[in-house]
Design a protein around this ligand. Structure first.
Ligand SMILES: C[S@@+](CC[C@H](N)C(=O)[O-])C[C@H]1O[C@@H](n2cnc3c(N)ncnc32)[C@H](O)[C@@H]1O
Length: 366
């Protein structure tokens, strides 16, 4: 699971809706003084690394990562300091690093000294395996640019918590729930998040799955496979919904939140453009005997994980619910795996990014 969460980082990087992200950055920047962020279902910490590396965080931030999976939090405690150092931060543990309550402090002097690159730099200089059509350079707006253009040092105070997201005590200016609200009951989650937010605080919920799963190349069985896969999410899996994005928008309105911004953040995972020569996971040409992949970064692993997840889900769906035989299902999977191994498989998922403020609508938007 942790390897999958790390591998999907580049997929999320491409997918994130820059307009919604920029409004989130603007909302953080508008808060006075130090800003507190709680991330629920934070996984291995890739969202924090992204926000810090892209220059999306204000000058002083306390950031708490919460996940109920102890292995993910353990991985986050290793990955976050390493990645922040790579992005030009100086990191130190304030307490005994081994202690559960240990706090990581990361500082970066100014934009000019950091090496990671913000949205704009990243978009303008795609690496050898990045898609040049992934995100237009113009997608970075003034909010992101101004957050990263600061000359004042940025100080992040980071804590890591292994806990159920809805059993913690906290007060935050912002709650982040990335690829998370589709796994749980949305109305109950919102009720809980309301208790975590300071007055005027915001919820940023990017990559919330919203009812679309597609495969390339297409196959006549795809529609039934998708239907059964979503049925598993809705009726068999413990919690969550295959239409969580639109349910979130509906629930926000019902509970008197103000939806500040929303937009699509579809996942598109496909082979690297025109490069089937094989390259290693760092994007450099493969050497004889090295592991080769047709996909950018570690995205082959993402696709393997998805096919595995779908396989497991379909196995759990009662036969009376599936309009295809076990043999047809196995053949579909075998063809997909073969296509994946030869770099001919693609995957598409429809997600929504949502930014909302707790409290009655004031602008008339929703
Ligand atoms: C799809 S992963 C997303 C992780 C991360 N936000 C990301 O985008 O990489 C969902 C995460 O939510 C965590 N999770 C699920 N239910 C949870 C709960 N009730 N409380 C805390 N974490 C939970 C899982 O352990 C997992 O790490």
């Amino acid at each position: 699971m942790q390897a999958y969460l790390e591998a999907k980082r580049t997929v999320d990087d491409r997918a994130l809706n820059r307009r919604v992200l920029d409004q989130f950055v603007a909302a953080l920047t508008a808060r006075n003084g130090p800003v507190s962020v709680v991330e629920l279902g934070a996984g291995v910490g890739t969202m924090l690394v992204r926000l810090a590396t892209w220059g999306c965080l204000p000058e002083r931030v306390s950031y708490r990562l919460v996940d109920r999976d102890a292995e993910s939090i353990t991985r986050a405690r290793d990955l976050v300091p390493d990645e922040l150092e790579n992005a030009g931060y100086t990191v130190r543990w304030r307490d005994d690093r081994a202690a559960e309550s240990a706090t990581l402090v990361a500082t970066r002097d100014s934009t000019g000294e950091f090496t990671g690159g913000n949205c704009r730099e990243r978009d303008e200089t795609p690496g050898p395996l990045e898609y040049t059509d992934a995100v237009p350079a113009t997608a970075t707006t003034s909010a992101t640019a101004s957050a990263s253009a600061t000359t004042t040092p940025t100080t992040l105070t980071i804590t890591f918590t292994t806990a159920d997201a809805f059993e913690i005590e906290a007060q935050a200016d912002a709650v982040i729930a990335a690829a998370f609200l589709d796994l749980i009951d949305v109305p109950a989650a919102l009720e809980s998040i309301e208790t975590l937010l300071e007055p005027g605080g915001v919820l940023y919920a990017p990559i919330t799955f919203d009812g679309g799963t597609g495969f390339v190349p297409t196959d006549p069985l795809d529609r039934d496979i998708e239907r059964c896969y979503h049925h598993h999410m809705d009726e068999i899996r413990d919690g969550g919904s295959s239409r969580a994005g639109r349910e979130l928008l509906t629930t926000l309105r019902r509970r008197d939140w103000e939806t500040l911004a929303t937009g699509g953040s579809n996942w598109v995972v496909r082979p690297a453009c025109g490069d089937h020569s094989g390259a290693d996971e760092a994007g450099s040409p493969g050497s004889p005997g090295s592991h080769t992949t047709h996909y950018p970064a570690s995205e082959q692993l993402v696709l393997e994980h998805i096919l595995h997840t779908i396989d497991d889900a379909l196995t759990a769906v009662p036969a009376v619910m599936t309009p295809f035989s076990t043999a047809e299902q196995e053949q579909w999977h075998d063809q997909r795996r073969t296509a994946l191994e030869s770099g001919m498989f693609g995957f598409v998922a429809h997600n929504l990014d949502v930014l909302a403020r707790c409290g009655p609508t004031v602008s008339g938007q929703s």
